[in-house]
Design a protein around this ligand. Structure first.
Ligand code: NAD
Length: 387
């Protein structure tokens, strides 16, 4: 078996055998239709990715209940957040009692778990809090699902950073690792999910998958210390943009490509919970895996096209103790082949959609964040017709 050793590799191998026969992709429209009238719980619905996912589910006819810790990173100029969930309730995933109460009060059929502390830099400042939220948060949710009589499918979003360092594109059976607390917390989450699926949820017919995504971007993200929001804040406010690692290569993908993979997986799990259980890499086309510097050039071009003056860039000193991998790249071949998922947006189109959203947010007095997001979802569904 070579490099593919350990428990996770075992699951992948067994599933690859199971899935060898599944080759034809279900059209995106049929995937979305599977959610109509279903009750879906989204943790982290107030966050960047969770709000897009909740909005898309709601548009597809699902009853969406979102649960998150109150408070989101503030947007400049009072731009309201994308409020994706039809019903949004407060929840702290680190409190098992609260999570059990939440699950039993919603009776979801499908759960998407996105509540997390998602920032590498914050994980250096609060490693224990990051492990508590990311690892114990996932354990609490899966523990609560053991008592649910309604749930059929759970999708947990982790990260491409869960893998051990390697310059080669990583596949699902590769060793897990993580040099910083955030990355290690995502590797640990993978183990927690695997153990719950194997020990408790699989035997009850509940499918549980993880989605290991690359760097997600799109409108509506105002998190600190992330490249695209930093670029927008600096350009909008006439500040400088400080880059820490301009040569670092990252797998950039638009939030609609990432969330379409989650939706495809959730719908697969509804039909065949055990067949789709396990980890799935979700990454961009190889040509979208560009350096931080290349990404900034693409953003500058799109900003200028709209008549704006992009922020001046300066390269800052990265603290030696704050390690960041020079190359991150995942091989999403398994999702292409067996899930029928493919990124539909190339990098220039993804940057264009993103800058459209932020440009409107900063410059248009009548800007409606949700309406623009819904327009972009509609365009994406058009691209996905027949895929
Ligand atoms: N954005 C990316 O580039 C990216 C890449 C890979 C993986 N991910 C993963 O995707 C998921 C969503 O990331 P995001 O970028 O939307 O982050 P975000 O910070 O925008 O959203 C995080 C959400 O989690 C909620 N949350 C945090 N702590 C909580 C707690 N204790 N209890 C309940 N809710 C809590 C927040 O309220 C918010 O709704 C995370 O798991 C993240 O690790 C994101």
């Amino acid at each position: 078996m070579g490099r593919r050793s350990g428990a996770v590799a075992g699951v992948v191998t067994a599933q690859s055998r199971q899935r060898e026969t599944v080759t034809s992709a279900v059209p995106l429209g049929d995937v979305l239709e599977r959610y109509r009238d279903r009750t879906v719980l989204v943790t982290g619905d107030s966050g960047f990715v969770g709000s897009w996912l909740s909005l898309w589910l709601r548009r597809s006819g699902a009853r969406v209940v979102g649960m998150s810790l109150p408070g989101v990173p503030p947007a400049p100029a009072g731009v309201p957040p994308i409020a994706g969930g039809a019903e949004s309730r407060p929840l702290d995933v680190t409190d098992l009692g609260q999570v059990e109460e939440a699950v039993s009060s919603v009776d979801p059929e499908v759960v998407f778990h996105l509540a997390a502390q998602p920032l590498v830099m914050s994980s250096y400042e609060d490693p224990v809090g990051t492990f508590r939220t990311n690892v114990m948060g996932a354990a609490n949710l899966l523990q609560a699902l053991r008592s649910s009589s309604t749930v059929r499918a759970c999708v947990v979003v982790t990260s491409d950073k869960c893998y051990a360092e390697d310059r080669r594109p990583r596949v699902e059976g590769d060793p897990l690792g993580g040099n910083d607390p955030y990355s290690a917390s995502k590797a640990a989450t993978e183990h927690v999910v695997h153990a719950y699926a194997r020990s408790f949820l699989g035997e009850r017919g509940v499918g549980v998958s993880t989605v290991r995504t690359g760097n997600i971007f799109g409108g509506g993200d105002w998190a600190p210390s992330r490249l695209i929001p930093d670029f927008v804040r600096a350009s909008g406010g006439g500040d400088r943009l400080e880059l820490r690692h301009p040569e670092a290569r990252r797998p950039w993908q638009h939030v609609l490509d990432a969330t379409s993979a989650c939706l495809r997986l959730g719908s697969g799990l509804i039909d065949d919970p055990l067949g789709w259980t396990g980890p799935w890499n979700v990454g961009p086309r190889p040509e979208s895996s560009v350096t931080v510097g290349n990404m900034v050039e693409a953003l500058e071009g799109a900003w200028r096209k709209r008549g704006g003056r992009p922020a001046e860039v300066e390269v800052g000193e990265a603290p030696a103790s704050r390690y960041e991998s020079p190359v991150l790249f995942i091989d999403a071949g398994r999702a292409h082949k067996h899930l029928g998922w493919r990124p539909l947006l190339d990098l220039p189109s993804a940057v264009d959609l993103t800058v459209d959203w932020y440009w409107g947010a900063l410059h248009l007095p009548t800007f409606d964040p949700e309406a623009v997001a819904l327009d972009q979802i509609e365009c994406y569904e058009g691209l996905g017709r027949g895929t």
